[in-house]
Design a protein around this ligand. Structure first.
Ligand code: NDP
Length: 327
């Protein structure tokens, strides 16, 4: 038997409940993992609350991330006792996921736990942190250097935003954090933000082109915020867009792209190739300050997950949440 959060949808409605399940109910696949830690991401909160159609079939164990130890393997890369991490690949959406004590997944989806990280730290980073790193890699690949000017990070208190600020500041970039919680400036300053702006400055419909301000942008919000960020990006600059916390629409014009040579990069963590994942995790090991990671992380149990999922979508959570699957 193992404990799992199970989402169900039928005539009785949409609900998620912690349950004890027979191991025989785990889906077919080649590697069984004893999960030590999972985490709560924005997408998990959407799945658990049913606020968006993340779950593709029912019943479903949510959780797009986990870290743990291989129990059984029919895959050549993995042996019992190996420490592994999983991010994405549709786990928690189309395949039973990480908010459980146990999972059975494709060996090709796993990566080895990075040497210098604990299983708990790997989930404190989780998909949110690994996506923040993918955004940083995109800006670097574009050629943006720390001396080039301000980098805007939107959704600053969120998981992606918090890790992005910590990474960029450690690399020497001048970060401006956009947030709805300017009253919590000490948290954002602790992560390394040099300036704060109120997210209301970006969230209303704006002009096709604004004053050139940002050398680069990491946007987790979408909608008018992304459109305004593009309109204020400097000539030749770039935006890494990964989120939709403010909306899925993109009410923009082509002006920044055709008049200022601005580039918009789309960032996807779910199906990113293994080589890019490994590069991102190596850089996270090197560039993410562990004490800042610790300071942005809070811990909950599996039983707490449904309540905290509501808090997360209501903007009452900051930073990252790890889920201890054994309590
Ligand atoms: P969080 O919930 O942790 O953070 C989102 C933050 O966005 C909030 O803390 C808040 O920051 C801000 N925010 C919330 N609502 C609004 C709003 N209506 N308008 C403007 N800002 C808002 O989420 P994550 O950081 O984990 O994820 C952020 C986004 O990135 C999500 O949309 C998620 O789905 C997406 N994502 C995409 C991935 C990919 O592969 N492309 C992978 C991971 C995440 P503040 O209070 O500071 O304003």
């Amino acid at each position: 038997m193992f404990q799992a959060l199970l989402i169900d949808k039928d005539e009785a409605g949409y609900r998620s409940r912690l349950q004890s399940l027979e191991s025989s109910r785990l889906p077919e696949n080649d590697v069984t993992v004893q999960i030590a830690w999972s985490t709560l991401n924005y997408k998990d909160a959407l799945a658990i609350t049913g606020r968006a159609p993340v779950v593709r079939h029912f019943p479903m164990v949510p959780g797009i991330d986990f870290s743990g130890t291989v129990l059984e393997s029919h895959h050549p890369a993995w042996r019992p006792g190996d420490q592994v991490v999983l991010n994405g690949w549709g786990v928690g959406e189309t395949h039973w996921g990480g908010l459980a004590e146990r999972a059975r997944v494709k060996g090709d989806w796993l990566i080895r736990l990075p040497n210098t990280l604990t299983a708990r730290q790997s989930m404190a980073i989780g998909t949110a942190g690994y996506t923040a790193m993918l955004c940083v890699l995109a800006l670097e690949k574009h050629g943006i250097q720390p001396g080039d000017g301000e980098i805007l990070v939107t959704g600053a208190h969120g998981g992606v935003g918090s890790v992005a600020i910590a990474l960029l500041s450690a690399l020497g970039y001048a970060v401006t954090a956009s947030t709805g919680r300017t009253y919590e400036s000490s948290y954002l300053n602790m992560l390394g933000a040099r300036k704060l702006i109120d997210r209301a400055e970006l969230s209303a419909p704006g002009k096709a082109l604004g004053k050139e301000r940002w050398a680069g942008v990491i946007d987790t919000v979408g909608s008018h915020t992304l459109a305004n960020a593009c309109a204020s990006t400097r000539y030749g600059g770039a935006i890494a867009a990964c989120g939709l916390a403010g909306g899925m629409d993109f009410p923009a014009t082509v002006a920044p792209f055709i008049l200022r040579g601005v580039t918009l990069y789309g960032i996807d963590s779910v199906m990113a190739p293994v080589s890019l994942r490994q590069q991102a995790w190596k850089r996270l090991e090197r560039d993410l300050d562990k004490s800042r990671l610790g300071a942005m992380t809070s811990e909950i149990s599996l039983a707490d997950v449904p309540r905290v999922a509501e808090d997360l979508l209501a903007g009452r959570v900051r930073g990252r949440i790890v889920v201890n699957t054994t309590t």
